[in-house]
Design a protein around this ligand. Structure first.
Ligand SMILES: [Zn+2]
Length: 163
């Protein structure tokens, strides 16, 4: 394959097999650091809010996607939400069967326009449904490092009242 190649048939692109070593350092950025610091230290979620657009972002963003306003006010939005979408995974990354199916879901955080994709814990696949209220389950505070993995998953609501 040449370095540049003109593709004339888009249904049969050529490809090259090989390996490219890629090293990177992922940084959370300003809003991500505040978000994960709140997860680690307080076991809660933060959002940013654009009053002009009446949109709240979870995870928080430093600029509004719609009007590009700078967003520098962080709001504690709690840890409850509802299942907006989900899928049940029966296969491992290697294609083998999982011992126990895992549920991945898009969780819309209550009172916000944002949410997180994470595991569902403590709900059987046959009992799950769109709109089901859920709550984040965190690792014990001493084991949190400021990562998405500080959240074990989302499960049935345990706390009193919903925010
Ligand atoms: Zn805006």
């Amino acid at each position: 394959m040449a370095i540049t190649e003109k593709i004339t048939n888009t249904t049969k692109p050529t490809f090259w097999e090989g390996e490219i070593p890629v090293n990177y350092v992922y940084t959370y950025g300003l809003a991500g650091e505040k978000f994960f610091r709140a997860v680690k230290d307080k076991g809660t979620f933060l959002a940013t809010y654009c009053a002009e657009c009446d949109v709240s972002y979870v995870p928080p963003k430093i600029y509004c996607d719609r009007c590009f306003a700078e967003l520098d006010k962080y709001i504690d939005v709690g840890t409850t939400g509802f299942i907006e979408s989900f899928t049940v995974s029966f296969k491992n990354m290697d294609g083998g069967d999982k011992d126990v199916p895992r549920i991945l879901a898009m969780i819309r955080v209550d009172g916000t326009d944002g949410g997180l994709i994470h595991y569902i814990e403590g709900i059987d696949p046959e009992d799950i449904c769109i709109g089901m209220p859920v709550e984040a389950v965190f690792k014990p505070k001493a084991k949190r490092i400021g990562s998405i993995d500080d959240i074990i998953g989302f499960g049935p609501i345990r706390s009193k009242g919903r925010k």
